[in-house]
Design a binder for this molecule. Structure first.
Ligand code: HEC
Length: 165
């Protein structure tokens, strides 16, 4: 009986040894060996990656440059503070009547002549052209002010086109 137990446990030990050997266990440094191996392959991966970044960076840089160009162009389309604060919210910062492609409350003003803009503004103010919003906005403005707005807005289209070239 004792012999059987001894043989059986020897067999079990041998099987376990075989198993640990086949999985690269104790004989090759066990867990520590795995960790070192992992670090090695990690470094290798990093080394592989390090050959790619120049490409990626260029793509990113191009994107950033494109964004900067865009921002620069928008910044270059300068409008008076008066227009920005009083009119842009409804007619768009460039008079297009749009903001980020969405229609604002007011119509687009691009391409209208100074005379037409001025007449419209005067008519709004006088109530000949009825619109409570515009009337309320213009009521405190002098004819000189209206002329300034008309003059500025009439230039938007040409300035926008010049920028897009
Ligand atoms: C709160 C929104 C709002 C603001 C701010 C605003 N507008 Fe308007 N504007 C309108 C609306 C709405 C109309 C259309 C009125 C109509 O046709 O009945 C309009 C019409 C106009 C028109 C006539 C355009 C056309 O083709 O008939 C002109 C010109 C105009 N606005 C200029 C201005 C100016 C200049 C300012 C700044 C001083 C300004 N607006 C501020 C809402 C606004």
């Amino acid at each position: 009986m004792k012999n059987i137990i001894a043989i059986a446990s020897t067999v079990i030990v041998l099987i376990l040894m075989g198993y640990t050997f086949s999985t690269g266990g104790a004989f090759q440094g066990g867990e520590a060996g795995h960790v070192i191996e992992d670090i090695g392959s990690f470094k290798k991966k990093q080394a592989n990656n390090s050959t790619q970044p120049p490409e990626n960076e260029n793509v990113e840089e191009d994107k950033i440059r494109a964004l900067r160009d865009k921002a620069g162009n928008t910044a270059m389309f300068e409008v008076s503070n008066a227009y920005k604060s009083k009119c842009a919210s409804c007619h768009g910062i460039d008079g297009s009547g749009l903001q980020n492609g969405k229609k604002l409350m007011g119509p687009g003003l691009l391409g209208q002549s100074e005379e037409k803009l001025f007449t419209d503004l005067v008519d709004f103010k006088a109530g000949r052209k009825e619109n409570l919003i515009m009337k309320g906005l213009l009521i405190n403005l002098s004819e000189e002010d209206l002329k300034e707005y008309a003059k500025e807005i009439a230039q938007f289209k040409a300035r926008k086109e010049a920028l897009e070239k």
